[in-house]
Design a protein around this ligand. Sequence first.
Ligand SMILES: [Zn+2]
Length: 314
Amino acid sequence: MTTPTPYQAMQQAVDIVNDSEHISNKIAACLFKGERSVACHNLRPSPLKKKFGPDIKIGQSSQFLHAEVACIFAADFATEGASLCVTDPFCPNCAKAICEAGIAHVYIDHKGLDKDFAKRRGDDFESLSLLMMEKAGIPVSILYRKDQKIEPLISPPVLTRAGSAQGMEFFDWDSSLSIADYLQKFRERQPHTAWAVAKIYETDEKITGILAFEELTTGVTPQDYSEKNNNSEKYRLPVDPLNRLMFYCARKGFSIADNYAACNLYPGSRSLVNAVGFGLETIIVGENAPDHDPHGHEAGIILQKNGILNIIDL
Ligand SMILES: [Zn+2]
């Protein structure tokens, strides 16, 4: 095996982009690090594909994992320090995933900048996606396959490691306690706030407790949040706790024990769809109040009723 160049990685993405089941937005990405690489197009996780037609919404979320997230979840290596090639400008939700997964460089195919989708979503890409990259210190480049040329789109001034994790806590897992016990304990400390907890296996199989809070991505300030977030109807800047938990595990190459996680507040539709894509099977919820998405509960009921995700109220 040899280390793929960004051109080869982009080609891997381009080669599969038309396999996407999505009618209007076919997007593919390739995540690569050293000799390893993984390419995915946007896709529906198989438990959803088996049960639903492609147009059915899960709460307010589509069933599709975005290509960038699909790659992060599918990687059989820790994503921290990896590079990502993507056929199109990435949406703010993927920008959050890129930050949280510790990705070091993003390349966008130059053809992606001309497509309709890019034009429609261009505002969010420029004002939110690139803001997050800039703040986190993740360079973004435009890649011209035919001309074998790479041009920087943004070269962030700050060179801290991309995706440095704020708002994460670790604890020694007491094997006599269950995840419900830990949910209860942390609820006593922090009721009515958004966080997720899981028992995880580190790469050396060591067991650790991990707690992820709702948080802005690295470098994004509360002021950015108040200025920028009012401009986008569709996206929000903070990262949902359950998403953070999964992206962090992908970043470090950790796995979630028993595919079981707990959330203090009811997770949003997009987090739940991502959870299915990540392979989670059970989510225990501390209270039915939504962490932000009023349709989260609706999404949970659809997934529960169809035997896709077991959601337990504490
Ligand atoms: Zn996206």
